[in-house]
Design a protein around this ligand. Structure first.
Ligand code: GAL
Length: 424
């Protein structure tokens, strides 16, 4: 009897441990501070949706939202760097899969490997095989990807285009012809925001001018940033910038997107977090527009059949004050339930391959299809293809170019930036 009882007790403890490790239990107690830059339209609402799932699964944990405002993490990442430097990390922070994660945080030894968690929650074979190398170094996995965003989207106001007899442009020549017409009609052809959105625009023009193979080669050893192709991309970029609004530097990405929604501008090149902002609820700080009717989308000119992607992922920093609670958060971020709650609101598709497509709106359904069949390339602005030091050089070069519009100087700065900080 006694022996049987002991066995049953051991079995029960084992079941409880496994359930806890799998995130099925309510084992997390106390604070979990999660750092991101999702404070604005689309973004905050997406995060809230995932926090709700977390609160339901872990009622004894207290979620502390340490989001720092500013699109693309421009402000947040500076705050984060200071905290990591001072050895005061949050329990988990957002980072982009790819060079941002591996070249910055992993290289600096700031993250704990998550192999055990991946095993416990059975995540490895639920993610696309192509994503794993972007969150790994050697045999170790360092983050939990929560989504896939598409960077190369041209958003447009269907009424403004049709009123002016314009089809969404598929090439840069078509774009320039459309932009001339729109300008003559007193419409801003392309809405632009603060500097990071100009870098986002640059990566779109670069990809749309070079094509996938030559774009990919730019991030590898032996790249030729001095090529005639890059010169052509710069020429296109310069021309595109002529069709943008004068007050770009003072606008957030949401402000720029809203110009399109309101019909003051005809088009905008932005990642598909714009879909979350366009279609999300007014209570969530969004515009509650109907996809396909109130706003349209197309690949950035010259990028049909190419999906320029990025992936938001969450980490476990070394020295996190509440590592078990952080693992509970990561469990939710990696779960189907968490991703199905988050992504339809955020304007992204699941990183997991088993989410229910019927939960996603008309735009996101096209992203799901394209992700499965297009040629995949990585985003520069959002951390996939270039490590921070090289990206910073490109950002500086873009900044100068926005002021002086000197194409030769821009290309030289890119060549020099690559020589100094590109892959060796
Ligand atoms: C990206 C991030 C997206 C979205 C966007 C605008 O870097 O991956 O999730 O937040 O910035 O802020």
């Amino acid at each position: 009897m006694k022996i049987r009882g002991t066995r049953i007790a051991v079995a029960l403890v084992t079941i409880a441990l496994v359930a806890g490790a799998c995130g099925g239990g309510s084992s997390a107690k106390g604070d979990v501070e999660v750092f991101s830059w999702w404070t604005g339209g689309g973004e905050a609402a997406g995060l809230e949706a995932m926090i709700k799932v977390f609160a339901k699964k872990y009622p004894d944990a207290k979620f502390i939202n340490a989001a720092v405002a500013g699109g693309a993490g421009t402000n947040a990442r500076a705050v984060l760097a200071t905290r990591l430097q001072a050895k005061q990390p949050p329990d988990s922070f957002q980072g982009h899969a790819g060079q941002e994660l591996i070249g910055t945080y992993v290289a600096a030894g700031q993250l704990e490997p998550l192999n055990q968690l991946f095993k416990d929650i059975g995540l490895t074979d639920k993610l696309p095989k192509t994503l794993i190398p972007l969150i790994s170094q050697g045999d170790n996995i360092y983050s939990v990807p929560v989504n896939i965003h598409r960077a190369n989207v041209l958003w447009y106001n269907p009424k403004v285009l049709s009123d002016n007899g314009i089809e969404p442009p598929t090439t840069w020549d078509e774009f320039f012809a459309a932009a001339e017409k729109l300008k003559a009609a007193g419409v801003i052809p392309l809405a632009l925001g603060e500097q990071w959105t100009a870098m986002h625009l640059f990566e779109g023009v670069l990809l749309g001018t070079l094509g996938a193979d030559k774009y990919n080669a730019l991030w590898l050893k032996g790249a030729d940033w001095g090529s005639a192709d890059v010169a052509k991309a710069i020429e296109n970029y310069k021309k595109v910038l002529e069709y943008t609004n004068d007050d770009a530097t003072s606008l957030t990405w949401q402000d720029a997107s809203k110009l399109v929604a309101d019909g003051q501008a005809a088009m905008n090149i932005m990642g598909d977090w714009a879909d979350g902002y366009f279609s999300g609820t007014v209570e969530g700080g969004n515009l509650a527009l109907t996809p396909g009717t109130d706003y349209g989308w197309a690949p950035v000119p010259g990028t049909k059949g190419i999906f320029q992607f990025l992936s938001d992922s969450f980490t476990l920093p070394k020295g996190a004050p509440h590592p078990d609670n952080a693992k509970a958060w990561l469990t939710v971020a990696g779960s189907r339930e968490g991703q199905e709650a988050f992504n339809p609101v955020k304007g992204s598709i699941c990183a997991r391959t088993d989410c229910d497509p019927s939960l996603f709106n008309a735009y996101l359904k096209t992203a799901i299809t394209d992700w499965s069949k297009d040629t995949i390339v990585g985003s520069l602005t959002h951390g996939v293809v270039a490590a921070d030091p090289f990206k910073a050089k490109i950002n500086d070069a873009v900044g100068f170019f926005l002021n002086d519009r000197d194409g030769a100087a821009f290309q030289k700065a890119l060549v020099d930036g690559y020589a100094a900080e590109g892959p060796k």
